[in-house]
Ligand binder design. Structure first.
Ligand SMILES: [Zn+2]
Length: 474
C-alpha cells in the first residue's frame, strides 16, 4: 500500500514537471521574401523553421501596443481569431524602396517573423503603415499586405539544427531570459583565431552601451550573449575600397551606395546563426577599423568595432534598432529620397510639428521654452557643409582612417562649443532640422547622440528607450 502511494506521488511529480517544461514554447520563425520597387510589393513564403531554443520573451508581454514601425505582424489563432502575438518593425526593403534605385528596378530581400511556437494553426498577417514611405496617408492606419497560414504540426516545418556557429558566450546573465531584454552581440568577419579578440571587442561595446543613460541605470534588465561564427578571412566587404569578403552573416559597407552604411542582406544566414542564442535584439560587430554602422528597428544594428568612434556609432545604431529612434541629423549624405508630403513621423524623437499645440513630447517641455525653439542653425549648417566637403575629399583620395578620425575630432569639438553655448541647451523643445531635412522636421533638444557624436541621448530619446525596456524586462 505504502509503495503504491510512492508510485502515485512519483507519477504526479512527473506530470507536473512535464507540464512545467511545456510552459516555455520553442521559437517558430517564418522566413519570407519581400520583393518590389518604389510603388509595388510582393511577398512569398520561403520556409517555416522551428528554432533550436525556447522562446526568450515574456509570455505575458506578447502584444505590441507601441504603434512603432513601418511594418507590423499579427499572429492569430486560426480557430478563434484570438490575437496571440504582435510586433512592429522596419526592414531593409522598407528603406531601399525610398532610394533612387527602387524607381527603376525590382529587388528581393529575405525577412523573418519570430514568435512563440503555437499549439494549433495560426494566421500570420503582415501589415504596412499606410502613411509610410511612398504611400502617404493617415499615420495610424495599417493595411494588410500579406497573410499566411502556419500549422506548427506540418511536416514541412524545418526542425533541423543549423550548422553550429561555435559556443554561446554568456557575456552578462542577469536572470531568466523571459524577464530580461536579451541582446545578442554577434561577430562578423572574425577568423577562428580571432575569437579572443571578439570577446574583448564585445566587452568594449557593452561598456559603451551601459555607460550611456538610460542603459546605464537599466543594466540589470539586460542579458548579453555572444556568438562569433568563424570567417575564412578577416573583415567584411567594402566595395568602394575594392574589398570583397564572404563573411558569415554578410555585413557590408556601401549599403544603398552610402560608404559608411553597414547592413547585411543575408537575413537567412543571420537568423540561422542567431538562433543559437536566446535573443530579441542583435548588435553585429564588424571586425574592422573603417568608420561605419547601421541599424534597422527590431532587426539588428551594426558597428565597425575597431574605429575610434565605435562607442558612439554602436550606441547610436542600437538606438535605431532598439527604440525605433529616427536620425536627428540632416547634414550627412543619405540615399533616401525626401517624402512627397510631410506627414507626422511615428518615430518618437522627430516631429513635423503640423500642430504646434499638440507636440507629441509636450509634457517634457518646460514653461518658458518657446516651440519651435530658436537656435543658430545657419552657423551650424555652414560649418557642417564644410566638414562634409572635407570628408568626401578624404574618402575620394583614399586617405588613411586616422585623417578621418582627426577631422571628426575637430568636428566634435566645434559642435560641442557651438551647441553647448545655445540659449536652450539641455532643454526639451522643438529645434528645426531633423530626419535628413533641414526644414520641416524638428528634434527634441539642440543636441543628442541621434544628432551629433554627442555622448548622451536627449530626454525624449531616453524616455523612448525606457518604454521599450519595459516591453521586455520585468
Ligand atoms: Zn534624441
Amino acid at each position: 500500500m505504502k509503495r503504491a502511494l510512492w508510485v502515485v506521488a512519483y507519477l504526479l511529480f512527473l506530470f507536473f514537471s512535464c507540464s512545467l517544461s511545456l510552459a516555455a514554447p520553442r521559437t517558430l520563425r517564418v522566413d519570407y521574401y519581400h520583393t518590389g520597387n518604389s510603388h509595388e510589393e510582393w511577398f512569398s513564403l520561403d520556409r517555416v523553421v522551428l528554432e533550436p531554443l525556447e522562446w526568450p520573451g515574456n509570455l505575458n508581454k506578447t502584444i505590441d501596443e507601441s504603434q512603432m514601425g513601418n511594418y507590423r505582424f499579427e499572429v492569430r489563432e486560426r480557430a478563434s481569431g484570438k490575437l496571440v502575438y504582435s510586433r512592429g518593425f522596419n526592414s531593409v526593403f522598407g528603406e531601399w524602396k525610398t532610394t533612387e534605385e527602387a524607381l527603376h528596378g525590382n529587388r528581393t530581400f529575405s525577412e523573418s517573423l519570430r514568435f512563440p511556437s503555437p499549439d494549433a494553426p495560426v494566421d500570420v498577417s503582415l501589415q504596412e503603415r499606410a502613411g509610410s514611405g511612398v504611400h502617404p496617408g493617415p499615420t495610424e492606419a495599417w493595411k494588410e499586405v500579406w497573410k499566411t497560414l502556419v500549422d506548427p504540426k506540418d511536416k514541412f516545418v524545418d526542425r533541423s539544427r543549423p550548422p553550429s556557429p561555435g559556443a554561446l558566450l554568456e557575456m552578462q546573465k542577469m536572470g531568466d531570459p523571459a524577464t530580461k531584454v536579451d541582446l545578442l552581440v554577434l561577430g562578423d568577419g572574425y577568423r577562428a583565431a580571432e575569437r579572443g579578440k571578439f570577446e574583448k571587442d564585445a566587452r568594449r561595446f557593452m561598456e559603451a552601451l551601459f555607460s550611456t543613460p538610460p542603459f546605464r541605470e537599466h543594466q540589470k534588465d539586460f542579458n548579453v550573449w555572444g556568438l562569433c561564427p568563424a570567417a575564412e578571412e578577416s573583415g567584411v566587404s567594402r566595395p568602394s575600397s575594392g574589398i570583397y569578403r564572404r563573411s558569415p552573416v554578410g555585413a557590408a559597407y556601401d549599403t544603398f551606395g552610402t560608404e559608411r552604411y553597414v547592413l547585411t542582406t543575408e537575413n537567412r544566414a543571420l537568423r540561422d546563426v542567431a538562433s543559437f542564442a536566446p535573443y530579441e535584439f542583435i548588435e553585429i560587430l564588424v571586425n574592422g577599423q573603417t568608420y561605419g554602422g547601421g541599424g534597422i528597428f527590431n532587426q539588428y544594428a551594426t558597428v565597425a568595432i575597431d574605429n575610434l568612434w565605435a562607442g558612439y556609432v554602436g550606441v547610436h545604431e542600437f538606438g535605431h534598432q532598439f527604440a525605433g529612434l529616427a536620425d536627428e541629423y540632416y547634414t550627412s549624405d543619405v540615399a533616401y529620397l525626401p517624402p512627397a508630403t510631410k506627414t507626422e513621423p511615428w518615430e518618437p524623437n522627430v516631429t513635423a510639428l503640423l500642430d504646434r499645440a499638440d507636440l507629441k513630447w509636450k509634457d517634457l517641455v518646460a514653461a518658458g521654452t518657446p516651440v519651435p525653439t530658436p537656435w543658430n542653425q545657419e552657423e551650424f549648417d555652414r560649418f557642417e557643409r564644410e566638414i562634409q566637403r572635407q570628408r568626401k575629399e578624404l574618402r575620394a583620395a583614399g586617405k588613411p582612417e586616422a585623417e578621418i578620425d582627426e577631422l571628426f575630432r575637430k568636428q566634435r569639438a566645434k559642435e560641442d562649443a557651438m551647441l553647448g553655448s545655445e540659449k536652450y541647451v539641455g532643454k526639451v523643445g522643438a529645434f528645426e532640422g531633423a530626419n535628413y531635412e533641414a526644414k520641416g522636421y524638428y528634434r527634441p533638444e539642440v543636441d543628442c547622440i541621434m544628432f551629433t557624436r554627442h555622448r548622451t541621448f536627449c530626454g525624449v530619446c531616453r524616455r523612448a528607450i525606457e518604454r521599450v525596456i519595459g516591453m521586455y524586462a520585468g
